[in-house]
Design a binder for this molecule. Structure first.
Ligand SMILES: [Zn+2]
Length: 252
């Protein structure tokens, strides 16, 4: 029996300020013909439409409320409430208070017409999405609260680490996963003090600790040397490592 396909397509890989041509955080997961989007930073809605009509998403997950992970909700609200998505209501799993947070930027109109908001509950949880697809989440240290997300389909699994500092929670969530998508904000350079992010060596350490089979790096600031970061991560990691590249689908 052939397993149903599980794929990850990076739609936007950029952090809070990105290289020219990069959208901010957004990753499209396709699981047996179903589409789930992880985060929607600036520029992501535009690029996402090259892959699918947003109203065809089954679920949009927002990991945390830093703008480079959620700000295109403002535009998607208009698209879904009054544009081509009108008549659909998109399910959103997001931190508690996301709707109120977005209303402060964009006004009251259209949010409930566009979206059905659901909040992460507590520091960990699980959703059975049906058809053998399961979503698990775990709070990780970053902006409070930030959630890393795991998707399992028919024995295959991918984990999105969101933004996070080195921690025990992400390796626990990612235990034995086929693919870990980990932020690498500062490339091969050490993360500056007091910033809750990862560098290449820390991302590799998390992947090793979790025992994942493949590591994809993402969310790197433009001033860091990505070749050096990849070389460092590969020298430390016990599994294949690559950069997540926009629009390049990865089969899990
Ligand atoms: Zn963040």
């Amino acid at each position: 029996m052939t397993a149903a396909p599980l794929t990850l397509t990076p739609v936007g890989v950029g952090p809070a300020y990105a290289r020219t041509g990069e959208a901010q955080s957004c990753y499209l997961v396709r699981a047996a013909g179903r589409a789930i989007c992880l985060d929607l930073g600036a520029g992501a809605l535009n690029r996402l439409q090259a892959h699918l009509a947003p109203q065809d998403l089954e679920l949009l997950v927002i990991s945390h409320l830093h703008p480079d992970h959620c700000i295109d909700l403002l535009s998607l609200r208009i698209y879904m409430a009054w544009g081509p998505g009108a008549g659909h209501r998109l399910r959103i799993l997001a931190p508690e208070g996301t709707r109120e947070h977005m209303v402060r930027f964009g006004g009251e109109d259209g949010w409930d017409r566009a979206f059905a908001f659901e909040a992460f509950a507590g520091d960990r949880g699980e959703h059975d999405l049906g058809g053998g697809l399961a979503l698990r989440y775990r709070e990780v240290p970053h902006l409070k609260p930030t959630y890393a997300v795991r998707l399992d389909l028919d024995g295959r699994s991918l984990v999105y680490g969101a933004d996070c500092a080195p921690c025990g929670e992400l390796p626990e969530l990612a235990r034995d996963a086929d693919l870990l998508l980990a932020e690498c904000s500062s490339g091969a350079d050490p993360v500056p003090d007091r910033q809750a992010h990862l560098d290449a060596a820390q991302a590799a350490a998390i992947a090793n600790s979790a025992g994942v089979r493949r590591l994809l790096l993402t969310h790197c600031y433009p001033e860091h040397d990505r070749d050096a970061a990849l070389a460092l991560a590969r020298s430390r990691a016990a599994m294949p490592v690559h950069w997540a590249l926009q629009d390049q689908e990865v089969t899990v």
